[in-house]
Design a protein around this ligand. Structure first.
Ligand SMILES: *Cc1c(COP(=O)(O)O)cnc(C)c1O
Length: 425
């Protein structure tokens, strides 16, 4: 659920008319709903309240420091994958003691920064990384905790690029190798290897892969404990479904209903790293129609946002519901769905100005008739939207706006032409 709804045919973000924002800020613009972020966080908290749970919101999904700040205030920890993300968390006043750090290629500089910040767990992805962490921790006189990222070899049945928990990905170590890693490093005095980390990949649509992964993990933890290793926590990673299409993903309560009973009474702290399931529907990307064009049997709606602003459709074949910000009563969408059929819609491709055929937001999609100057909203753009944006085609990145009830504020200015060349002198 989120707070983007039509009232009298006009799209509102919470209690703010979206076209009031575009009139002031221009387009393209990312518009976030604070209430949606907080509601998702709260729902996850409630769902897992039976266990000692730390929610580490995944910064790479959407990492604006203003957002991280209110998430930290609401009790969230953070999942980071780089030194830059650690910097963001610290800038936002996030707690290092609730920050976990994953990634197969952590550099010495990044590791030292995380050691000095005293993050809660290094999520270790290989023996070589463990060796390096021990070396650097010794040098820095620090005694960090680490979780071993294992590969439970389950398939979340998502896109190949977002599948990370199967064998033969570059992530983690295979479950059979985990006992050996503990035999070699589990009693190390410098780095305390005391937790297991899994992350299956992104945007799963069912609960089953998590159940399977947790079951396999618990078997391993039992073995490790009987081998004499103290395992205090299990980090289940992220990848929980987000409703790109209305009502198609399990809710936090659905996941928890299957997972909590497996972990209850096991004397394990639980860490969760939700990204998209928190951030995805917290934002819309609003763009203005520049031109309409026909080519053969195709109709194109050319808008002022492009793949550099939101790359998910060409990169992952991702579906984003797209609809005008102002519509007649008969076009008020009942749900966000690729197959939403309302009489009177046109079938169009929604494309941007970038010189690539991959520059599209939707293909063969039903859309109410629009004309030059109209605004359309690309929904569910909060996760891996702005964070994956670029300056390709020398396009300044869009502004980010945060709505809180009937107020809104710019949380990142629109980039200027000067920004494009400022580092090139
Ligand atoms: C990307 C990532 C996440 C978040 O994934 P979502 O699909 O956005 O929930 C969590 N943990 C790790 C290690 C990640 O790389």
């Amino acid at each position: 659920m989120d707070y983007f709804n039509y009232k009298n045919g006009k799209l509102f973000a919470e209690n703010t008319d979206v076209e009031r924002i575009t009139a002031e800020i221009g387009t393209p613009v990312y518009i976030y709903s604070k209430a949606t972020f907080k509601e998702h966080l709260q729902k996850i908290k409630e769902a897992y309240s039976e266990l000692d749970t730390t929610i580490c919101y995944s910064v790479k999904a959407c990492g604006n420091i203003n957002i991280l700040k209110f998430m930290a205030d609401a009790g969230s920890g953070f999942d980071i994958v780089s030194g830059g993300e650690l910097y963001r968390v610290l800038q936002a006043g996030g707690e290092p003691s609730k920050t976990v750090y994953a990634g197969v290629g952590k550099t010495d500089r990044e590791i030292i920064e995380a050691l000095n910040a005293q993050i809660s767990y290094f999520n270790i992805e290989s023996e070589a990384e463990m060796e390096n962490l021990i070396r650097l921790a010794t040098q820095q006189r620090k005694q960090p905790k680490a979780a071993l990222r294992i590969n439970p070899d389950v398939d979340p049945k998502t896109h190949t690029y977002t599948t990370t928990g199967k064998k033969e990905t570059k992530f983690g170590v295979d479950i059979e190798r985990a006992r050996k890693v503990f035999a070699d490093y589990g009693k190390n005095k410098t780095v305390k290897l005391c937790a297991i980390h899994i992350h299956l990949g992104s945007a799963g649509k069912t609960v089953e892969p998590y159940v399977e992964a947790v079951e396999k993990t618990l078997v391993l933890i039992n073995q490790l404990r009987s081998d004499g290793f103290a395992i205090e926590a299990v980090d289940m990673g992220g990848g929980y479904g987000a409703d790109y299409t209305t009502g198609t993903s399990p809710t936090a309560a659905d996941y928890a209903a299957a997972i909590v009973p497996l972990l209850a009474g096991k004397n394990l702290k639980l860490i969760l790293e939700p990204g998209a399931s928190i951030a995805a529907n917290t934002a819309i990307l609003v763009t203005q129609v520049l031109y309409l064009k026909s080519s053969g049997s195709k109709k194109y709606v050319i808008v002022d946002a492009a793949m550099n602003d939101l790359i998910r459709p060409p990169l992952y074949g991702a579906f984003h519901f797209i609809w005008p910000t102002k519509v007649d009563k008969k076009f008020i969408p009942t749900r966000r769905d690729r197959d939403l059929q309302l009489t009177g819609t046109d079938v169009v491709d929604v494309v941007g100005p970038v010189c690539e055929s991959a520059d599209f937001f939707a293909q063969d999609r039903a859309l109410p008739p629009v004309k030059r100057g109209d605004f359309v909203s690309i929904f569910t753009a909060g996760a891996y939207g702005f964070t994956m944006s670029s300056n390709y085609n020398a396009r300044p990145r869009p502004a980010e706006v945060l709505v809180d009830g009937s107020k809104f504020s710019i949380i990142r200015k629109r980039e200027t032409y000067e920004d494009l060349t400022s580092l090139e002198k």
